[in-house]
Design a protein. Structure first.
Lengths: 422, 437
């Protein structure tokens, strides 16, 4: 990849988008099929429907039993990973080159003709219930989910945990799953990336064979609901007796991925909580104060305004001190912006990282899918250095000023002691 | 060999020793303008004495805190400037440091590793500050019931060999150790003839070797002889039961495992693949966590029957005999006693009858595929070269693929009979006492 990616993009006659990139690192191919079928598209009264759909979708099709699929995968040493997020369900699989035709055909079959057998639904439902209960015992997850709810409310698709609620998961029927599949899985919601040791023309022929005759009208899309602006600080404490450490989640809602200030926010977040061990946050909380093994921030915009979230795990006695340190760093960057050196180093890092980020078949596939999802173009990897180079200190200051206000932060803490009692 | 199956590797592995004993491995891979540098030390928590547990891991942390020629403040950003990433880890047999960055960073990366070997500062205030960071790391791990159980099961398995304590150390040792304990450990272990430097990427081997000599040739010192007490043979089942707040019950089995160089190791790896799905051999690879397992014995018998929501197996290549473990999450409403009985039923079935030829063939195919998937980047190739050099010895990495190919169903049956016996197993329960709202 010394001179960047050279992807081939085709739109099949049924509307499915296909992006292909041949690579020569190992005799393997990554298949990555993205469907616009994330939690955004669930009925509001059935949170967890998309998640359960993803758990059962590959457990039997019109032409294959669950056991047939298990055998196909296990005989080749392959897994079909099916992940659900706010907007999409992603099926991904890395296989040996010789297994590519079989795995592509399986991916198409699973996407097009799942039958959701009752017995499989019950097994995967029970696993999901156990998994939700495990999450309830995990301070990091509890704090993160509580923050999402503070930021977005539980009536917003970004405010709900992707696995849904126990009561909703218990209620989901086979008809619900079939209806969700029928509504959201169609050529018009599919973006397929194939990256690896296969020529684009060969891959394209095979893709035509398994997806070409799939014809359905494109489903209507759903807009992400808006988020009401807040002016007050909010906080929730979740007591979890028996735990050793408290988890802090602290954040704001921000902008969409396509907002013109996206790159300024990206650079700003890198300076705040990513660069090196975790930017200014780790420098203060971990390096200077020795309070936490991890302290960082994450910026996650999408079609809707995504969150900027600060995370730290600390001794329960240090919760207030850690929150004060987060307030101080967030406030300082918001008020004063970055230094010239920070901006220079962060830009160098982000630009220099591109080659490393495009090294493996999986990471290339994810990059191509993100470019497709947000319409960034086939030359995005080549344009990105210039875009980042153009971000000025004033751009980053503006982004920081717009969002980094401690007095408007939402804060969630999960851990052994009620921190308010100190 | 997995690396030679890589389409990108068209050059022979270059292997050299400097006069001071430093082992150097260089692999040219010219698909991306990247280089990965790893420096491996033959020291880990398995080399620690009672009272000093966790010293290797703490020393690893201190080795990111500045050197004579890279002051603390300049450490930050030195790799990032080249778009690079850096990290390190400590485990029972090894401590390792890595950077992967644009090729033009090579000289800087070698400089960093030479500084790390010879010129660590160990500023007393930094040592103190890191003490609480590591205690925070330990307490974060304790929040996870499965990890808590793993620590208890491992400690129960070993009476003499230092593999019994967690790599992060026991909390009382972390509270007590001093800066001089850390610095003493660093000076004894961080010497050229206790290290292997691995360079993989878009580089030219002769040129790399010249630069390595420039940076490292003046460093001297000899490694201490590795002394580890043997573990006495276990003669009866051991059990440990945790009862704590939680929502979910966990069950863990462990058996004393073969060392990586033991002829039983690869039959055992195939056995694990047949029981829980093949993970491959790369501790660093993201592939490790997602094995193909839908046809695996313990998956079909426990997960598909609704007794467990997940099963995973772990057999890691180690210098001395460590543990083979199987971890289960009980399905909500299923008792640990019934889950244990069902799991042991499967184990005893394999011990009585072995595996079918089909199961063995599938397990081997899975492992072969994993060997390809787990060497998909310069970083992962460098990890595998350095890991097996450090843990198993020179040239071992090349023998993995043929060793997997050579495993027979009879060998797998034999290791199952001997190594999964009741009297050599440890059983751990995590029983939740309450359900937080």
């Amino acid at each position: 990849m010394t001179s960047g990616l050279s992807p081939v993009r085709r739109v099949l006659s049924n509307g499915a988008v296909v992006t292909l990139q041949e690579t020569a690192f190992s005799p393997a191919v990554t298949i990555n099929a993205v469907f616009r079928a994330g939690t955004l598209y669930e009925p509001d009264d059935l949170p967890g429907l998309a998640w359960l759909c993803a758990r059962v979708i590959d457990r039997g099709t019109a032409g294959r039993t669950a056991d047939d699929i298990a055998e196909l995968l296990d005989d080749r040493g392959v897994t079909l990973r099916i992940a659900t997020n706010r907007h999409v369900i992603t099926m991904s699989c890395t296989c040996l080159t010789e297994d590519f035709p079989d795995m592509l055909a399986l991916t198409a079959d699973v996407a097009r003709a799942p039958v959701f057998p009752e017995g499989e639904i019950e097994k995967r439902r029970a696993e999901t219930v156990t998994s939700i209960r495990q999450d309830q015992d995990n301070p990091a997850i509890r704090a993160g989910e509580a923050l999402q709810e503070l930021l977005y409310t539980s009536s917003h698709p970004y405010g709900r945990p992707p696995k849904g609620t126990l009561s909703a998961v218990e209620r989901i029927t086979r008809e619900d799953l079939l209806a969700f599949h029928a509504r959201r899985f169609a050529p018009g919601t599919l973006s397929l990336a194939v990256v690896g040791d296969v020529a684009a023309t060969t891959a394209l022929d095979r893709i035509e064979n398994v997806f070409g005759d799939w014809s359905l009208p494109p489903p209507p899309d759903r807009e992400v609901p808006g988020v009401a602006p807040v002016s007050a600080r909010r906080r929730v404490d979740i007591p979890m007796p028996g735990k050793s450490q408290s988890d802090i989640a602290y954040g704001f809602t921000t902008i969409t991925r396509l907002h013109p200030d996206y790159y300024s926010y990206w650079v700003m977040n890198n300076i705040l909580g990513q660069f090196g061990l975790g930017g200014r946050l780790a420098e203060n909380i971990r390096e200077r104060q020795g309070m936490a093994y991890y302290a960082f921030s994450a910026f996650d915009p999408s079609l809707g305004p995504g969150p900027l979230v600060v995370r730290a795990g600390v001794d329960p006695r240090n919760v207030e001190r850690a929150i004060a340190a987060i307030d101080a760093e967030v406030g300082a960057l918001g008020t004063d912006g970055p230094t010239d050196r920070e901006l220079l180093e962060t830009r160098q890092f982000l630009i220099g990282s591109i080659a490393r980020m495009l090294e493996t078949n999986q990471s290339i596939a994810m990059f191509l899918q993100t470019s497709e999802f947000f319409g960034l173009g086939l030359d995005y990897d080549r344009r990105l250095p210039e875009i980042l180079e153009s971000i000025t200190i004033e751009d980053v200051r503006r982004a920081a000023r717009a969002v980094l206000h401690p007095e408007r932060a939402a804060v969630a803490v999960a851990g052994p002691a009620l921190t308010g009692a100190e | 060999m997995a690396v030679s199956e890589s389409l990108a590797v068209r050059h022979a592995l270059r292997s050299a020793h400097l006069d001071n004993g430093l082992k150097v491995l260089i692999q040219e891979v010219h698909t991306a303008p990247l280089v990965s540098v790893w420096c491996w030390y033959r020291v880990g928590s398995g080399d620690e004495r009672a009272g000093y547990t966790g010293v290797s891991h703490w020393v690893e942390h201190m080795n990111f805190k500045g050197t004579t020629n890279i002051p603390r403040d300049e450490m930050k950003g030195i790799v990032e400037r080249f778009g690079g990433t850096w990290n390190g880890y400590t485990w029972v047999d090894q401590t390792t440091y890595l950077e992967t960055a644009g090729t033009h960073a090579l000289d800087t990366l070698l400089f960093i590793e030479a500084e790390r070997m010879a010129n660590g500062l160990y500023d007393p205030a930094e040592c103190e500050s890191e003490r609480t960071v590591i205690i925070s790391e330990l307490q974060g791990g304790e929040n996870d019931p499965d990890q808590l159980l793993d620590t208890e099961v491992t400690a129960t398995a070993f009476r003499s060999h230092p593999y019994g304590h967690p790599t992060i150390g026991w909390i009382d040792d972390l509270r007590r150790m001093t800066r001089d304990d850390l610095y003493g450990h660093y000076r004894r272990q961080y010497v050229p003839d206790n290290a292997t430097l691995v360079v993989v990427g878009d580089v030219e081997a002769d040129e790399v070797l010249r630069r390595v000599e420039t940076h490292f040739e003046k460093i001297s010192g000899s490694a201490p002889v590795r002394q580890r007490p043997a573990e006495p043979l276990q003669i009866g089942e051991r059990r440990v039961a945790l009862e704590r707040e939680g929502t979910t019950a966990y069950l863990k089995f462990a058996w004393h495992a073969p060392a990586v160089t033991d002829p039983d190791f690869f039959p055992m790896l195939v056995l694990d693949a047949a029981l829980t799905g093949a993970k491959g051999t790369n501790l660093w690879s993201s592939f490790r966590g997602y094995p193909p397992q839908r046809k695996a014995r313990l998956y079909t018998s426990l997960v598909e029957r609704g007794l467990a929501s997940s099963v995973s197996g772990s057999l890691i290549a180690t210098r001395d005999p460590f543990l083979y473990s199987v971890s289960l999450t009980a399905m909500d409403g299923v008792t640990l006693a019934s889950l244990e009985a069902a799991a042991l039923d499967v184990i005893e079935g394999v011990r009585a009858q072995g595996l079918s030829d089909e199961e063995v063939a599938r397990a081997k195919r899975q492992l072969r595929a994993r060997l390809v998937f787990e060497t998909d980047s310069v970083t992962n190739i460098a990890h595998q070269l350095g890991f097996f050099e450090t843990v198993a010895g020179p040239g071992f990495f090349d023998t993995i693929r043929p060793a997997v190919d050579a495993v027979t169903a009879a060998q797998v049956f034999d290791v199952a009979k001997r190594r999964l016996a009741r009297e050599v197993r440890i059983v751990g329960w995590f029983q939740p006492t309450g359900r937080p709202s």
